[in-house]
Write a protein that binds this ligand. Structure first.
Ligand code: PMP
Length: 404
């Protein structure tokens, strides 16, 4: 049995009061709260282990290195990758995608080539590709969606051709909550020999991720959205692809040998990890993954799916409610507007009731343009949210509505 009350005790921040009201934290799409187990493990590492990794012969350096590399193994297991060589530590999803766009662009993209991204991408999965396309004289093309917020696979079919170099698609939309059929996307792209990057920033916290089952070529996610610390993320890449790509940044650790004439590069994954990594954060991330795995990703998904269904039903009963994203496969993110109340007013007034939601374009301006709006209010759920909190949100919205 999934005991959400018990789970909440692991998250000290959830017992805070905001403006004298119990905090209702529904901004988990932006970042999640951290359980004691993560924070305490990181404090313990700073107090008792701290030393730079990889380069030291001394005891502490080796212990820190062991923890850091054990974290890589924890990530490998979490996303079911084949090998630790395929796990590159970065600062987060954004850096993972920038790394890939740069390195992939350098090696694989030429003038006249095409890069496909979906219309529901976060700016982090648009701008790095736009920058690379500009540099290379390539063209960025947009995979459309239906009015329900579902990716149009038939359109994708018609867009793939011999000029396509890569397809970039989010697994879960951070605005619409749509769960995209990325396995299908991968199958379609692979028919043309085209690799696929899956943006897993909003999927990794909510569902079992199996990169081998998806057969995606690249997968990116952020530690801080999976109950881990900020400043750490992951780029997964199939070894066969990563081997072919040049490094992103130069510096320490990514080298094999440096002379004035020439530098040779380290083996995977270190070729892509220049400089001192945030080894305390990688340890924190491993503890976060251990935490969610102990609860069971399937149990977390069941809990959050029930909560989302309940929220969609209750919110749908509010007069003037407009929910954006009606995909059949819907994750724990709900975007909405109520009557003609501005999203910023709604967010500000809810905040005064202790309810934290996000407002605005959610770093997806092209999607907002597709929807014909400037922004939404977004409630996003996590493993510690409750039906009582959904009730508080509904009651809060009703209160705001009455004020208008
Ligand atoms: N992609 C998606 C779908 C996201 O929701 C986010 C975070 N809002 C990002 C990428 C960027 O993640 P980060 O800021 O952790 O790099």
């Amino acid at each position: 049995m999934y005991d959400v009350k018990l789970v909440r005790e692991d998250f000290p921040i959830l017992s805070r009061e905001i403006y004298g009201k119990p905090l209702v934290y529904l901004d988990n799409g932006a970042t999640t709260q951290k359980p004691r187990q993560v924070v305490e493990a990181m404090v313990d590492e700073y107090y008792n282990v701290n030393a730079n990794v990889h380069r030291g012969v001394h005891f502490l350096s080796q212990q820190a290195t062991d923890l850091h590399e054990a974290s890589r193994e924890a990530v490998r297991q979490f996303i079911h990758a084949r090998s630790m060589s395929e796990i590159v530590f970065t600062r987060g999803t954004t850096e993972s995608i920038n790394l890939l766009a740069f390195s992939f662009g350098e090696a694989m993209v030429h003038a006249g080539d095409e890069v496909l991204v979906s219309v529901m991408e976060h700016h982090s999965n648009i701008v790095p590709w736009q920058m690379m396309c500009e540099r290379k004289g390539a063209q960025l093309r947009v995979i459309p969606m239906s009015d329900e917020g579902e990716l149009q696979l038939d359109a994708l079919e018609g867009m793939l051709n011999e000029r396509t170099r890569i397809v970039c698609c989010t697994q879960v939309s951070n605005v619409l909550g749509t769960v995209n059929p990325v396995k299908e996307v991968v199958k379609m792209a692979h028919k043309w020999g085209v690799p696929v990057l899956v943006d897993g920033a909003q999927s990794a916290p909510h569902m079992v991720v199996d990169v081998q089952d998806l057969d995606c070529d690249f997968f990116a996610f952020s530690g801080h959205k999976v109950y881990g610390p900020t400043g750490v993320g992951v780029l997964y890449g199939k070894e066969t692809w990563l081997e072919q790509l040049p490094p992103y940044q130069g510096g320490g650790e990514m080298i094999q040998k440096v002379t004035w004439e020439r530098t040779t590069y380290n083996q995977l994954p270190y070729k892509f990890e220049a400089g001192t990594p945030d080894y305390v954060a990688t340890h924190g991330l491993a503890k976060a993954l251990e935490y969610v795995s102990a609860l069971g990703m399937e149990n977390i998904e069941t809990h959050e799916q029930a909560l989302t269904r309940y929220a969609l039903k209750r919110l749908g009963e509010i007069e003037g409610m407009q929910i954006f994203g009606k995909a059949n496969e819907h994750d724990a993110v709900i975007s909405f507007l109520v009557g003609n109340i501005h999203h910023l007013d709604m967010g500000t007034l809810l905040d005064h009731l202790g309810i934290a939601v996000r407002t605005g374009h959610h770093c997806a301006e092209p999607l907002m343009r597709r929807l014909g709006i400037e922004g939404t209010v977004r409630a996003s759920f996590a493993l510690y949210n409750t039906t009582e909190e959904v009730d508080a949100l509904v009651e809060g919205i009703e209160q705001v509505r009455r004020m208008f």
